[in-house]
Design a protein around this ligand. Structure first.
Ligand code: HEM
Length: 507
């Protein structure tokens, strides 16, 4: 009887504890939901935007179609500057040339920050260069990178020869396929990454270096994952990082592997280094670290060196590679355009001489084709997210400090105020009536303002030299007129789906 009553009391106590635990969990959940709903309140005077769902805001819409296309469509309804709710993260989207210029150029200081989103914080601690906040860290790293690009890259006359030498290796590798169908992606990636490698490490890697190729592949997978719905969800609810499965875990795993590999490459490149006699970016960075070693505020560190090297490498490789992959695809798709490029190359360069940058001004049609590929294909359709560093007002809207800013560069390149029939691929839009190349104001593939692409000059050299060398030697066509899917594969960058090409020697 006594035992029985004791057991009963135990059960009752367990029931009370159980109910208490459930009540506690419910309360916790309710307070989390309430906190999230509060975060989702639209700031006063903020631009309007599409309807939002509780908790996730507009994240679901970004996952349902190509985000840049969705945003352009929304701008037709809500205006060139509208807002999005990324699950409690307030964002504005800038659409069309006028809006992008008004913010990135006319208020360049205020719009030069990067948002401290949980994913970027986790991957780069907002250090390095590309993801760095707008402040001393960014200024120091950008200055060093610009100087290094000049000294070890395009500032030297011999650098053009190095790109040409890489072109020779690239063309020889293509030749081994003897006109049979193959996927060019690997060869273009290797050739393009080697140009950046020369500046960063002072050496190139062979096309058979599987370790290096693997690192580029997983890094590039992260560029794709960083724009996925999983990444947006992680930014809104970083606690999902505790789940041991999901795309965010793949992102973290890849990032850790890349970090270790880069550290190894940096150690290898800095062997036999003579302080104050830099041979490449890494030496220059280590010199800078040495000079600042007694400054506790200095932002130069081994960790930031690794982040900067990774960012410059991937920013340089992923973009230029995709431009050239689209260029090959469009040349095969439009044989008449390819024919005109062939004609210009034959006329200006001839069949045997190596193409050089000096000839660029005599090749307006080739220049126009490269520009139209950059406009039409929108390699970085939403740029890299910016953030406001102060409260500001644009077109009468109040934009608080810390707002995430999305620059819809795709919408600039399809802005009907500046481009007629933007949905048509038409290189002639970059030519005047006498066939001379003309610059177009609303051409912004490298973005605008303080954070504009640091590698623009290098990318322009590479695109021209690789593209003209390729077309000087080869005629490009799809195997048995098999036209590949033209829809881009989505990610931070837009790339074509894998496709096969036949490269037949012209001479
Ligand atoms: C056709 C090729 C390229 C395109 C279309 C491109 C495009 C862009 C765009 C749109 C941005 C974002 C700018 C912003 O935040 O507003 C950017 C930033 C950047 N790009 Fe490029 N890029 C290309 C090639 C390169 C190359 C070759 C390098 C270096 C090797 C490079 C390094 C960078 C870096 C470091 C940033 C970050 C700048 C900063 O935050 O201050 N890019 N690029």
């Amino acid at each position: 009887m006594w035992l029985g009553s004791q057991a009963g009391a135990g059960i009752a106590a367990a029931a009370v504890v159980g109910t208490g635990a459930v009540a506690f969990l419910l309360l916790l959940l309710l307070s989390l939901v309430a906190k999230q709903l509060l975060r989702q309140r639209r700031p006063l005077g903020f631009p309007p935007g599409p309807a939002r769902l509780p908790l996730i805001g507009n994240i679901h819409s970004l996952a349902s179609e190509q985000p840049h296309v969705y945003m352009k469509r929304q701008s037709e309804r809500h205006g060139q500057i509208f807002s999005l709710d990324l699950g409690g993260i307030s964002a504005i989207v800038l659409n069309g040339y006028d809006a992008v210029k008004e913010c990135l150029v006319q208020q360049s200081d205020i719009f030069a920050d990067r948002p401290p989103l949980p994913l970027f914080k986790k991957l780069t601690k907002m250090g390095g260069l590309l993801n760095s906040r707008y402040g001393r860290g960014w200024t120091e790293h950008r200055k060093l990178a610009v100087t290094s690009f000049r000294i070890f890259g395009y500032g030297q006359k011999s650098f053009e020869c190095k790109i040409s030498e890489e072109s020779v290796v690239f063309l020889e590798a293509i030749d081994t396929y003897k006109g049979k169908p193959f996927d060019l992606k690997h060869l273009i990636t290797s050739a393009v990454s080697n140009i950046t490698n020369l500046i960063i490490f002072g050496e190139r890697f062979t096309y058979e270096d599987t370790e290096f190729q693997h690192m580029i592949e997983i890094f590039s997978e992260n560029i794709e994952l960083a724009a996925s719905a999983a990444a947006f969800l992680y930014n809104a609810f970083p606690w999902i990082g505790a789940f041991p499965f999901g795309k965010h875990q793949q992102l973290f795993k890849n990032a850790a592997e890349v970090y270790t590999f880069l550290l190894h490459l940096i150690q290898r490149a800095s062997q036999n280094r003579k302080p104050q006699s830099p041979r490449h970016f890494i030496d220059a960075y280590l010199d800078e670290m040495g000079r600042n070693k007694n400054d506790p505020e200095s932002t130069f560190s081994t960790e930031n060196l690794i982040f900067s090297v990774g960012e410059i490498m991937i920013a340089g490789t992923e973009t230029t590679t995709n431009v050239l992959r689209w260029a090959v695809l469009f040349m095969a798709l439009y044989p008449n355009i390819q024919g005109q490029v062939h004609k210009e190359i034959d006329l200006v360069v001839g069949p045997n001489k190596t193409p050089c940058l000096e000839e660029k001004c005599k090749m307006p049609y080739t220049e126009a084709v490269i520009h139209e590929i950059l406009r039409f294909c929108n390699i970085v359709p939403l740029g890299i997210f910016h953030a406001t560093s102060k409260d500001t007002v644009v077109r009468g809207y109040s934009i608080p400090e810390g707002t995430t800013v999305i620059t819809n560069l795709y919408s600039v390149h399809f802005d009907e105020k500046y481009w007629s029939n933007p949905e048509v691929f038409w290189p002639e839009r970059f030519l005047d009536s006498s066939g001379q190349f003309v610059k177009r104001e609303a051409f912004v593939p490298f973005s605008l303002g303080k954070r504009h692409c640091l590698g623009e000059q290098l990318a322009r050299m590479e695109m021209f030299l690789f593209f003209t060398s390729l077309l000087q030697r080869f005629h490009l066509h799809f195997p048995s007129a098999l036209i590949p899917d033209l829809k881009p594969k989505l990610g931070m960058t837009l790339q074509p789906h894998p496709y096969l090409i036949c490269a037949e020697r012209r001479c």
